[in-house]
Design a protein around this ligand. Structure first.
Ligand code: 7RM
Length: 635
């Protein structure tokens, strides 16, 4: 039996029990056997959830790129590490071997050094899904710089907020990006963002679209000529286990985005371990995760987890519907993909199209199908199982978060019997707890509550960059001595978990977490808007879509409303990005409020869901009369 690679249910239970009985030796054995260390640890785990402070493998030294690249060179130098599949299917796919990846990452790391980047510096990466996105991340990790990737669909304002929050001194971007039939002027967005980012000293620009862009002298440099001159070998920076590896921003229910900080050793061990087990990756397999590296799923399961296992991982630049809705299936057939990992929103979008798109492709290479990002509804699960997996590939419904670093609750394929909509069992090392509203743990099965984790795991974020107090308040203060996830869940009779969704003001739209507060703040910037409130409502493709209730300063003529709707969405696009646009905007004279002035979102949510029969007690509201008015004008 090996802790590292679980092969059947009996082994799972044995390994799981061991991981709870003796977490330290459980993780130490995995860490020792499967990774390269420059110095062993003094202590496996140090933790305290009230400060909170968590340290894994303290005293150990390593470099994650040595583990993801160098150590594979002897046996897998010519093996493909990354397959780059371009947006345009007529452009040739690139196969980057581990040896080539080593050279590319080393050259890039040397360029960063030449530009003055040092260990601990923050480097912002704002790139489309091209190989340089992976190599820039790894180049940072090689020299100990902290990468902060900003999804290239975010706006200039969102980009500058993130750059300023962690005080980056460099941005790595491209002239533009290809998405389906569109090209996006990324460099223009960066230029705009950098008007208000005093810490940025230099910008490296990858040539991708060949768009005619503005290069600011001294500050901006084309990457390729620098790479051409750079040495293709670069020694690793020796990192302490708890040195920061990256910062990744995620929306909170209130306030500005939270810069989740992940550290080196624990994150590496955790992503590698979970990748191996959840996808049952075997040497020679081709693995594909469709996420963007701008999200945590891409960090952990396109880059670090697969590469730490010496896997072949696909990096896809394009979108599911270009040149047509068969693109995913085309790529699976072309590269003989064995493990495919995508989001419920993508499945729902593709399920709406003709079945021919799927059926015209040979998908027989598939062995494992994964989903992540939001609860998967039964219909989508069955469509995926029947048409993509042909009932032969187990579906792993993987629950986890930016904060958790890696997958926490998931079936192990060919081991855990699956049930649609259930993420099933915690992975070894993960100790979930369900809590009631009085802060008590709910024991037993067939219960539901708020999902917490009661023991540290190596992949957890260690802090919110620059705001440890907020980290403590957000995750460790709701329930004593427990990490609170913000999700609700139920546990069935056999101990399977089903995640029911967020219990806070985060709305998941197309798998992207959106906090309501920042969107409301953006809307309120419109000169005609007095106040606003956002809720989610069910959407057949996106899972949830956004419904905005907006109070105007002056009740204008309704013929102007269409224009206002456009302007409001425009402001949201500028402040956050197009993913946060509202599907419905209802203008109203008031919002239901409690006596302490809090907006009663529960009521607004019910109205948006068209569930107005039972609104509960509204008599305690400050302004109960406004409720009927809102119902009468609901969209
Ligand atoms: C990986 C990722 C985290 C939130 C999380 C949940 C929701 C994610 C599932 C899921 C039900 C799943 N990171 N979520 N996976 N809900 N079933 N399998 O998505 O930080 O962007 O989002 O996503 O609400 O708290 S994330």
């Amino acid at each position: 039996m090996s802790n590292y690679h679980i092969k059947n249910l009996e082994e799972y239970y044995q390994v799981y029990r061991k991981s709870v009985r003796d977490p330290e030796s459980f993780w130490a054995e995995i860490a020792e056997e499967h990774f390269v260390w420059r110095k062993p640890w003094d202590k496996v785990l140090e933790w305290n959830f009230s400060t909170p402070e968590v340290k894994w493998f303290e005293g150990a030294q390593l470099n994650i790129t040595e583990n993801c690249i160098d150590r594979h060179l002897a046996t897998k130098g010519d093996k493909t590490a990354i397959i780059f599949e371009p947006n345009d299917p007529s452009e040739k796919a690139q196969h980057i071997s581990y040896k080539e990846l080593h050279e590319k990452v080393c050259a890039f790391a040397n360029v960063l050094k030449d530009q003055g980047v040092k260990k601990g510096d923050r480097v912002c990466i704002y790139l489309p899904m091209i190989p340089e996105l992976a190599t820039s991340i790894l180049a940072c990790a090689r020299i100990g710089a902290i990468h902060t990737v900003v999804f290239a669909g975010f706006s200039a304002t969102a980009l500058s907020t993130r750059i300023n929050d962690c005080e980056c001194n460099m941005v790595i971007t491209s002239d533009g990006s290809f998405r389906g039939t569109k090209t996006i002027d990324l460099k223009g967005i960066v230029d705009e963002a950098l008007e208000s980012t005093p810490t940025i000293k230099s910008v490296l620009v990858v040539k991708r679209t060949k768009a005619d862009i503005n290069m600011k002298s001294v500050r901006d440099h084309w990457l390729q000529p620098l790479l051409d001159k750079a040495d293709k070998d670069c020694p690793i920076e020796i990192m302490d286990a708890e040195d920061p590896l990256f910062i990744l921003y995620t929306s909170g229910s209130t306030g500005k985005p939270k810069g989740m900080m992940h550290t080196t050793a624990g994150y590496m061990v955790y992503t590698a371990y979970t990748f191996k087990n959840v996808f049952q990756y075997k040497n020679g397999d081709v693995y594909w995760c469709t996420a963007d590296i701008g999200w945590v799923t891409g960090h952990s399961y396109i880059v670090y987890g697969p590469l730490a296992n010496g896997a072949t991982t696909i990096l896809f630049e394009g979108v599911p519907n270009h040149p047509d809705f068969g693109r995913f299936w085309d790529i699976i057939e072309k590269h003989k993909v064995n493990q495919f990992y995508t989001a419920p929103t993508a499945i729902r979008a593709l399920a709406k199209e003709k079945l021919d798109y799927v059926e015209n492709h040979d998908l027989s290479s598939l062995k494992v199908l994964g989903t992540v990002g939001e609860p998967i509804n039964e219909e989508a699960w069955h469509w995926y199982n029947d048409n993509v997996g042909k009932k032969m590939s187990p579906i792993v419904d993987t629950w986890w978060q930016t904060e958790t670093g890696g997958i926490m609750i998931s079936p192990i394929p060919y081991t855990t019997p699956t049930i649609p909509t259930y993420a099933t069992l915690p992975l070894p090392g993960v100790q979930p707890a369900l809590m009631d509203e009085h802060g008590k743990e709910i024991k037993g099965n067939q219960v539901d509550g708020r999902l917490c984790i009661k023991f540290p795991w190596p992949g957890m974020a260690r802090t919110i960059w620059g705001d440890h107090k907020r980290y403590k308040e957000t995750y460790f203060s709701t329930y004593e001595n427990k990490y609170f996830t913000g999700d609700g869940a139920l546990r069935d009779t056999v101990g399977y978990y089903r995640i029911t969704g967020r219990v806070d003001d985060v709305i998941i739209v197309s798998g992207h977490n959106l906090g309501t507060a920042p969107i409301e703040d953006a809307i309120n910037e419109h000169p005609a808007v007095a106040e606003s409130a956002i809720v989610g409502f069910p959407h057949d493709v996106k899972g949830n879509a956004l419904y905005g209730y907006v109070i105007l300063k002056e009740t204008g003529e309704s013929r102007l409303h269409e224009n206002l709707r456009k302007e409001i969405n425009q402001i949201i696009t500028e402040h956050i990005g197009p993913i946060a646009k509202l599907d419905k905007i209802q203008f109203t004279v008031g919002l239901p409020k409690t006596r302490s002035g809090k907006i009663m979102r529960r009521i607004l949510r019910k109205i948006a869901h068209k569930e107005t029969d039972n609104l509960g007690d509204i008599s305690t509201l400050l302004n109960p009369e406004v409720v009927q008015e809102i119902i009468d004008n609901a969209l």
